[in-house]
Design a protein around this ligand. Sequence first.
Ligand code: SAM
Length: 234
Amino acid sequence: MTDLPRALELKSEHFDDVYFSVHDGLAESRYVFLQGNNLPERLQDFKTEEFVIAETGFGTGLNFLVFLQSWQGFKNKNKPKRFKYISFEKFPLTKDYIRENLSYWKEELGDVLDDYLSIYPDIINQEKYVLPIGDDGELILIFGDVNEEMPKLQDKVDCWFLDGFKPSCNPDMWSKTVFQNMARLSNPNATFATFTAAGFVRRGLQDAGFDVQKVKGYGRKREMCVGTYQGNKS
Ligand SMILES: C[S@@+](CC[C@H](N)C(=O)[O-])C[C@H]1O[C@@H](n2cnc3c(N)ncnc32)[C@H](O)[C@@H]1O
């Protein structure tokens, strides 16, 4: 058997789980998080100036890059003027580690990967980084436990990427605190997408005010979940 390329084996030291699909993380990210949140189609008719995404579990930043590439390729003149991408991460990866592993998708990610690596901190010694992206975006990295950091957030969110490790390996990431703060921060009709369809995650999101639908998962995965915040419709 031949060795798998390094990026395909990216596994956490803290949790017994992988950062992304061992088959095709890039395609999985596009399917679960972009398509799951109906992006970029949803941006065609988005009435506010700014579109805000929040992610639980920044990891390598692959989901961010997938979003950025889609944002930059989407030329509709009615799209929001700016985006903000806020992401929480308790165990930040070093820039060298990220470069080494994401370079597997160098061709497909192209400029967005180089631009991202040029701004990702060389040494992580702050809890929060606000990194300008071109002239129409911001990447906000919050390094700490999502359960402690999300309650401090005040930004209203339009779209959630829920990407902790599997709930069975990483239950803290899928807590009542997270779900209730998602509800507190969600704009009307905010959407979420996640690769998991675990029962306690579905119930937690429903109890917090989200409608939750099970849909086909990526590749061989049977199910994942998507949904919309119902709680503060005007
Ligand atoms: C599946 S990985 C995320 C993959 C990532 N979105 C990417 O594009 O590479 C889950 C991430 O959640 C982080 N994490 C786990 N528990 C956390 C917690 N309590 N608070 C914040 N981040 C946490 C892990 O360190 C890991 O980076």
